[in-house]
Ligand binder design. Sequence first.
Ligand SMILES: *Cc1c(COP(=O)(O)O)cnc(C)c1O
Length: 349
Amino acid sequence: MSQYSQTPGANIAEVICDLRSDTVTRPDAAMRAAMAAAEVGDDVYGEDPNVNRLEAALAERSGKEAALFLPTGTQSNLVALLAHCGRGEEILTGRGYHVYKYEAGGASALGGIVLDPLGVSEDGGLRPADIAAAVKEDDSHHPITRLLSLENTHNGKAVSLARLDECIAPARAAGLSVHLDGARVFNAATALGCELTEIAGRFDTVSICLSKGLGAPVGSVLVGPADLIDRARRWRKMVGGGMRQAGVLAAAGLHALDHNVARLAEDHARAEALASALRDLGAGSVEQDTNMVFFTPATGENAVLGMALAKQGVVISAGGAGAIRMVLHKDVTDDGFAATLAGLKAHLS
Ligand SMILES: *Cc1c(COP(=O)(O)O)cnc(C)c1O
């Protein structure tokens, strides 16, 4: 089962802490007020002022020429891959990366694009030698290798700038373009203590989610050079992502950029505290990076733990085997966090 599998018994009366994902964050009162007040226009005509503002803001913050607002991160990655590659062309990416594993094969199904999945290293990056070896030679037997697609953060791991450079070098040497699935790139920048431009500047295109830790209800933004973003805009229309008065959603994104980026450090600190509490209990193995904690109970009884916590209003993704992922985010209250720690302690000690 994937990390997105549900917890048995999760349909409980009162949820006081939901750690399944940072996608569960809801627009708060201030964000809803910004959405309600948003001036709107028809974005397919390029006339929605808030969409235009959001695209300009993220282009600027990432140091790119242009940007495109999309309903989801999956669609943002999809139109990026379609803008970079034609039919019979190939993308090198990670076997466990979202683009390969969790986007329903869209680039292949809709774009005739081949994906060559490489093994992902412990640190979330790829191995430079694998990338160099996977670039196909110019031979009519092979697809044409066009693009390297990386991910940061991957499973919460912030891939360092040095590791990104190591992966990008062989791709650039072979003339490939590079895309970043930066769904949580602000978490990466927070953990690495760098500016968004330092990460984005290494890539041609970057996809950024507003609806994860940043707390917007909907939306992703693809940033890149103007010609590529123009092509992506045409693909967005083709796959049905051209929204009309999308300013109510873009206003949420703008609010998130202004208010919810700096506070990501609080989620990381809470994840550290949760990991440390779990380590103290000594009831399994624990890994923590940025806002994510992966806990593998020594008993292997994930579902039992999941159901016990659910009874106390704490929801985790414990439906599968292996590691249980717990994700910290802005809607985790002090009380909810305390209940999580208490619940884990009660059931694991
Ligand atoms: C969430 C996520 C996406 C996009 O997912 P949507 O649910 O389509 O918004 C892409 N990549 C990664 C790594 C993600 O975590």
